[in-house]
Ligand binder design. Structure first.
Ligand code: C2E
Ligand code: CA
Ligand code: CA
Length: 668
């Protein structure tokens, strides 16, 4: 009895491992998806095989028997092959009933193949025959279990309770394997000569136990290795995303996620090494790398004990401390001053003496809800006009620094446009039904001469507050139309071009005038342009906003409601404002299909949008699972996100859109 239970557990564990590995097929991985498909198939195939042989140890026949080792190993093949076909179809995006049924039948046959070749590998002194109807019943039960497991796997990709569904599916597959085996054994009748001696029974039992233990041991090892490789894959991805590969220090992304999760105030010290690019230019990138490694050592050596060190961009190091006590801030200050002393002296690398100019900014934010500003505080310090990059260590002061940082951006915007620090990137939106580019969204970028690359999430609100975004939007519309004109000349069709319109500018008559005059001067038809507006445009004056949107629509422009779901608006706005498109905010997409709540919210928004006859765009799509979920939930989804493409310069976009259908054939 123990043998029977162990054999079923072996089958269920192997199925669970295989299903876990199969999940990696759908995720962006360091390894090719075929790697995971093959591992999942081997794992399940081995599980079927091991179950059979462990199961045989549970039966002690009073006959002499030994194994034909070649057939024993051949019996592994049908299980692995059937598992491969099974997983291959499970992962296909487009499914039909007949494919499910064929996959289940093949799986049932694969399990039966292992079982009957396995029996054949047992060479006995006796004769045996099969009862065909019982075999047929065993096969049917096995197919039924597999079929149910297949449905539950597909179901689990849409719904949230992934672990439970996976466990349930593993038990079903385990039962399918066990049924074929044990009902299959019932179908065997053994015939021995009347005077057959049973003295060898003990021998056979030992033989079997040895095989059972060996199989279980190797299966355990294999599952261990497979799980390890899956963990390694996750780890490689995690390291690549969250660590700087030169210094091995956590990077800016790591810092941001650390800050997001913080529930207490923090103290930050950022070292900005000035003109670091010059070192690379003057010597070489390799030399620059050595300098960074040398600096890493200094920063590690002088790290305050309770601080964590991060590496930002190419020329910034940052310490963060989980406290804002005066004594700790003082400790941070002393450590930074020691580093400043060291950096003032020339450092020797490869017989070259260099002095690195730099400055350190310290910012302490006591309320964790304000932590999002901790890094921009440091940026504001770097902008202080008194800074000479002579290794000053400066505490952030809101009165002096914020004002200067914002003022610098506001004053510098016009120059930035002329100097081409400001430029546009385009992010495609994909129509999932025909795998064509449904349109592109225009996004603004600022490579600031002083602060380096600035996120629009930082500078757009500052420009908006200082009434500069109207002028910048006019410039964006002009640049975008110029680009569209160029694409037309080159016969490139990218669908509608979406332009973000800041809150209060939507209701301005100047915007409409600009739009009409710029589009006509570049021979662009308004229906080639979509205006992305947010709920902030109509919170202050809904009637005004409704009127403005109505006029845009009359003139032929499409209007999309951006970041839908994050704002404060009531749903009745949706009915009143004549928008054409609903853009569901990426915060909802982030957690689907894993979060049950978010999945339901997204489905509810889809139902709402569809009933109002709106086009629905999903932003922030990053994984294959999200694509699968959205395809299943929405009739005609349009997707935008890093999974398909990051925002690109027009030249890059040109190459990206070539052969798009082939490119995405197996990605969606
Ligand atoms: P938004 O209008 O919601 O733009 C979408 C943002 O999501 C963009 O960030 C885009 O790069 C990012 N994104 C796209 N796909 C993914 C993804 O798969 N995952 C994640 N995590 N993010 C994704 P970006 O370009 O940094 O812009 C941030 C915000 O700044 C924009 O949000 C918009 O509010 C504002 N902004 C950007 N460009 C302009 C512009 O030209 N005009 C105006 N008025 N605002 C702009
Ligand atoms: Ca947008
Ligand atoms: Ca958005």
């Amino acid at each position: 009895m123990v043998g029977v239970i162990i054999s079923i557990i072996v089958a269920c564990i192997a199925s669970f491992t295989a299903l876990s590995l199969n999940e990696r097929v759908q995720k962006n991985s360091f390894f090719h998806y075929l790697f995971w498909l093959i591992l999942a198939s081997i794992s399940l195939g081995l599980g079927i095989w091991a179950m059979h042989f462990v199961g045989m140890t549970a039966i002690t026949l009073p006959i002499s028997m030994h194994y034909n080792w070649i057939l024993t190993f051949v019996s592994l093949i049908p299980g692995v092959l059937a598992s491969f076909i099974f997983f291959y179809w499970v992962n296909k995006p487009i499914q039909s009933w007949w494919k499910y049924i064929i996959a289940s039948i093949l799986m049932g046959l694969g399990i039966a193949g292992v079982h009957y070749i396995g029996i054949r590998s047992m060479e006995m002194d006796v004769q045996y025959v099969y009862d065909r109807p019982t075999i047929f019943i065993a096969l049917c039960i096995s197919i039924m279990f597999t079929q149910t497991a297949l449905f539950s796997i597909k179901y689990s990709s849409k719904k949230t309770k992934n672990f439970i569904t996976k466990t349930f599916s593993s038990i079903l597959i385990g039962c399918a394997i066990a049924t074929t085996h044990y009902v299959g054994i019932l179908a065997i009748s053994v015939y021995a000569p009347r005077d057959y001696l049973v003295a060898t029974a003990e021998n056979h039992s030992m033989h079997n136990t040895f095989l059972g233990v060996t199989v279980t041991f190797f299966l355990g090892m294999l599952i261990g290795v497979l799980l390890l490789s899956s963990m390694m894959d996750r780890y490689v991805k995690y390291r690549a995303n969250y660590f700087d590969n030169l210094t091995m220090l956590p990077n800016r992304r790591s810092f941001e996620s650390y800050i997001e999760k913080s529930v207490i105030g923090q103290t930050l010290a950022v070292w900005h090494l000035h003109d670091f690019g010059k070192i690379n230019q003057e010597f070489s990138f390799m030399f620059g790398d050595e300098v960074i490694q040398h600096l890493t050592k200094i920063f590690m050596d002088y790290k305050p004990p309770s601080a964590r060190l991060f590496k930002f961009e190419s020329n910034r190091f940052a310490y963060i401390m989980r406290t804002t006590d005066d004594t700790n801030i003082h400790e941070m200050l002393i450590a930074m001053e020691k580093i400043a002393e060291i950096l003032k002296r020339p450092i020797t690398i490869k017989n070259k003496k260099i002095v690195l100019p730099g400055v350190c900014a310290i910012s302490a934010v006591k309320d964790y809800r304000d932590l999002h500003s901790i890094y921009s505080n440091a940026l504001a310090v770097f902008n202080d006009s008194s800074i000479e990059h002579k290794h000053e260590v400066i505490m952030f002061d809101p009165v002096i620094h914020t004002h200067t940082f914002e003022k610098e951006l506001v004053d510098g915007i016009e120059k930035a446009m002329i100097n081409k620090e400001l430029y546009l990137v385009y992010q495609p939106k994909i129509n999932l039904r025909n795998v064509e580019v449904a349109g592109v969204e225009v996004l603004l970028r600022w490579n600031n001469s002083k602060y380096g690359f600035l996120s629009p999430a930082v500078f757009v609100p500052i420009l908006e507050e200082n009434s500069k975004m109207e002028m910048v939007t006019d410039w964006i519309v002009e640049q975008a139309c110029k680009q569209m004109y160029q694409w037309k000349k080159e016969n490139i069709s990218l669908g509608k071009v979406a332009i973000n319109i800041p809150g209060h500018y939507v209701t301005s008559s100047a915007l409409l005038k600009r739009l009409i005059s710029i589009t006509s001067s570049y021979e662009i038809c308004p229906n080639e342009i979509e205006l992305e507006i947010t709920e902030t445009s109509f919170v202050s004056n809904i009637e005004e906003a409704m009127r403005a949107v109505g006029v845009f629509r009359e003139k032929g422009f499409s209007v999309a409601l951006d970041d839908f779901g994050t704002g404060v608006s009531s749903l009745s706005y949706l009915k009143q404002i004549p928008i054409s498109t609903l853009k569901i905010d990426k915060t909802f997409i982030e957690e689907v299909p894993n979060s049950h709540k978010d999945s339901l919210i997204v489905q509810a928004i889809i139902a709402l949008g569809t009933s109002l006859g709106l086009e629905i765009v999903f932003e922030g799509v990053e994984t294959k699972e999200q694509v699968g979920f959205l395809r299943a939930s929405c009739e005609n989804p349009i997707l935008q996100g890093y999974y398909f493409a990051k925002p690109m310069r027009a030249e890059e976009l040109f190459h990206w859109q070539e052969n798009i259908k082939q490119k995405f054939a197996d990605k969606i």
